[in-house]
Every structure is written in C-alpha cells, then in structure tokens.
Write a protein that binds this ligand. Structure first.
Ligand code: NAD
Ligand code: UDP
Ligand code: UDP
Length: 359
C-alpha cells in the first residue's frame, strides 16, 4: 500500500504547475498567513510560479485545502495548520499577513475571536510584547518579524474608513468608524493592527507595508461567504430572488482578485511604508450591480429588497493615486471579464455540489 501511495505521489509530482527557477540569491522564503483563503491562495499561486519558497499558515476557519492542494508536496511549498492567535516561530524573508475572517457574516460569527486574530495575531507576527524577564524575552519571546527581520505586509481594509463622509477615500482620510456596533470587531481590530504596524516600525525598526484592500471578488470566494458577489451570482444562477439589503442605493467598487495580487506583490517589494489603497475605482450602486450580474447570467431571478444591515457604509470608492504613482499599478480586469470568470467558477461549484449531494 505504501509503495502504491509513493507511486501515486510521484505521478502527482509531474503535474505541478511549472515554476520558474530562481537562483539562491533571488529566491525568498515567504510566509502567507491565511494562504488557504480566497485572496491568499491566489497570492500563493503567483509567488510559487515566480519560483519562491512559500509557507502557508492557516487554521482553515474560512479557507480550504482545496484552494492550494495543487501545491501540496511541492518542494518549494509548505502548509502549516496553525491558528495565528498562537505564536509561530519560523524564519522567513517576507510575511504577507492575511489571516482574518473577511466577510461580515464570518467576522461577526465570533467577534471576540475576530478581535483576537487581528490584534494578538498581528502582534505575534510583528514581535511579541514580553512580560517575562528581559533575558527570557531576548532568548525566546521575540516574535517572528522581529526575530528574523522579515518585512511584513498587513492586509488592512477599506473598512478602516467606516461609513465615509469623504468620497472617494484617500489614504489621508481618518475614517468614520463606529467603535460600538456589529462591524466594530473587524473595523477596529484592523485599525489597531495598523497602529501596531506603525508602532513596531517606529520603535523596533520592523519593515512594514499596509494594503487597504477594497471589495475584491473572483474564483475561490467562499460559497457561503455572504458577501455581495457570491450571494448575487449564486442566487442568479439558481433563479432565486436576489437579496438587496436596504435601498440598494449604497455603492461599492469591485476589484478582480488578480489585480489585487499584482498590487500586493508590487507594494511588498516597493519602499512605500505608509497605508496604500488597493482597489478598483469603478463604482456601482448595489441594485445596479444586481442587474449587471443577472443580465450577464441571463437569469430570471427577481430583485428582493430586504432590511438594511446595521452600519452599512453608504458609499465606497478608492482614490488610487498613491498606488498609481508609487507602484505604477492600476486595475487591468474589467467588471464584465472578472464577473464572467467568477460566474464560471460558481457554476462549476454548484455542479460539484449537486453531484456530491446525489451520491
Ligand atoms: P478568506 O476568508 O477567504 O481568507 C482568510 C483566511 O484566513 C482563511 O483561509 C482563513 O482560514 C484564515 N484564518 C482566519 N482566521 C485565522 C486564524 N486565527 N489563524 C490562521 N488563519 C486564519 O478572506 P479573503 O477575502 O481572502 O481575505 C484575506 C485578507 O484580506 C483578510 O485579512 C481580509 O480582512 C482582507 N480583505 C479582504 C477583502 C476582500 O474583499 N476579499 C477586502 C478587504 C480586506
Ligand atoms: N474560529 C476561527 N476564526 C474565527 C472564528 C472562529 O478560527 O474568526 C474557530 C477556531 O478555529 C476555533 C473556534 O472557532 O476552533 C472557536 O474559537 P475559540 O473558542 O478558539 O476562540 P477563543 O477561545 O480563541 O476565543
Ligand atoms: N449586500 C446586499 N445583498 C447581499 C449581500 C450584500 O445587498 O446579499 C450589500 C451590503 O449591504 C453592502 C454591499 O452589498 O452594502 C457589500 O456587502 P459585502 O458584504 O459584500 O461587503 P462589505 O463591503 O459590506 O464589507
């Protein structure tokens, strides 16, 4: 049985996507926390193809092995089942710190945990605050980034702007966030994580990068994610009513995942260390967005207006002047192109789901 398994693995070895060869000096060891999630897995694909060594740390709360299974066993790839609320000691050159539930239903499911993930989890990545004697502290308790002087990119969010009174949102806008409401566990813990990055950079000289990510969509989004793209596409594909929360006049701007991955890698490798927006400035009213998806699919789904959600931001659109100037970055994928790829993905997921339910 063992021989058979080894043979199987050997066969699989030949089916890895082809990765570029990098010389020892160009090859980096890169940790991606949350690398089994939607954005993380696309980032992992890109870094692997570029020829780097990639380590994923994920506790599979919202991520899935399936998102990265095509790399399992590859000599440049390592998967660690790890909850980042606990410290992690490994030596790396760069850390993309993405671990955190991201969709409102997921981050509201266990708000205390969400706060822990973004606060304690980020401290763990930056360098632990030490309550023991200075000696033990020096020997054991220096956290990851500090110990190995890795550069850390933190996945922040447009939610740090809250329900913005300034439109579009520039990085210099301080935001309008409710610290005492259902979204606070996410918004405020992302904000404190940014503050931690700043403090560790000033005090400890850690190299940090902060990406304020705006709404992103694409294949590998979680089916029950509850976010607007997955909900609308799945509803339209199944001819179920498309659920619009509130008036549908609230706006969002949607970025396709490959554009975000380009931006994250460019930001990490730039020398820009204050927060930077990464998003697509194409802005849509949610009800308009519902019609676009319905038309692309050719669905007969109706639009169903339901109660508004608490503290739902009324408008959101990134000002991306900074990213354009410093990274020479701008989104490349149009909404139609991105949505078509996403629709294709969900169509297939539904097919797989129905098939496995029948068996
Ligand atoms: P996702 O839920 O698909 O991915 C998050 C990943 O983090 C999952 O694999 C999950 O299992 C993992 N994770 C959660 N808690 C963890 C823990 N305690 N320890 C280890 N791993 C843990 O979400 P995503 O859309 O890929 O988001 C990735 C990052 O980008 C998040 O930090 C999110 O806040 C940020 N972000 C995403 C968007 C977006 O529109 N997708 C927008 C703004 C910010
Ligand atoms: N969990 C998670 N991320 C979340 C919410 C929940 O990983 O944002 C999972 C986690 O894997 C754990 C379970 O939910 O197994 C319950 O969380 P836990 O009781 O560990 O939270 P804590 O004790 O840290 O508050
Ligand atoms: N939304 C909606 N119907 C849904 C899911 C979301 O009308 O089934 C709305 C939601 O109220 C918000 C927008 O779509 O105004 C984007 O929601 P999402 O949860 O995707 O992300 P957010 O930007 O709020 O974090």
């Amino acid at each position: 049985a063992l021989e058979k398994r080894i043979e199987e693995l050997a066969k699989r070895q030949q089916h890895y996507p082809e990765v570029k060869f990098l010389s020892y000096k160009d090859r980096k060891r890169i940790l991606v926390t949350g690398g089994a999630g939607f954005v993380g897995s696309h980032l992992v694909d890109r870094l692997m193809l570029q020829g780097h060594e990639v380590i994923v740390a994920d506790n599979f709360f919202t991520g899935r092995k399936r998102n990265i299974e095509h790399w399992i066993g590859h000599e440049n790839f390592e998967l660690i089942n790890h909850d980042i609320v606990n410290p992690l000691y490994i030596e790396v050159d760069q850390i993309y710190h993405l671990a955190s539930p991201a969709s409102p239903p997921h981050y509201m499911y266990n708000p205390v945990k969400t706060i822990k993930v973004n606060s304690i989890g980020t401290i763990n990545m930056l360098g632990r605050i030490c309550q023991n004697s200075p000696l033990t502290c020096m020997l054991f308790l220096k956290g990851l980034a500090r110990r190995v002087r890795a550069r850390l990119l933190f996945a922040s969010t447009s939610e740090v702007y809250g329900d913005p009174e300034v439109h579009p949102q520039k990085e210099s806008y301080f935001g309008n966030v409710n610290s005492f409401g259902p979204r606070a566990c996410y918004d405020e813990s992302k904000r404190v994580a940014e503050a931690m990055c700043y403090a560790y950079a000033q005090q400890e000289g850690i190299a940090i990068r902060i990406a304020r990510i705006f709404n992103t969509y694409g294949p590998r989004m979680h089916m029950n994610d509850g976010r607007v793209v997955s909900n609308f596409v799945l509803q339209a594909l199944q001819n179920e009513p498309i659920t619009i929360y509130g008036t549908g006049k609230q706006t969002r701007s949607f970025q396709y995942v490959s554009d975000l991955v380009d931006g994250l890698i460019a930001l990490m490798n730039s020398n820009y260390s204050t927060p930077m927006n990464l998003g697509n400035p194409d802005e849509y009213r949610i009800e308009q967005f519902a019609s676009i998806i319905r038309d692309l699919i050719g669905s007969k789904a109706s639009l169903q207006y339901t109660d508004a959600v608490v503290d739902d931001p009324k408008q959101r659109r990134p000002d991306i002047t900074l990213a354009k100037t410093w990274l020479n970055w701008a989104p490349q994928i149009s909404l139609t192109e991105g949505l078509n790829k996403t629709i294709e993905y969900f169509r297939n997921e539904l097919h797989v789901k129905h098939h496995s339910e029948r068996n």
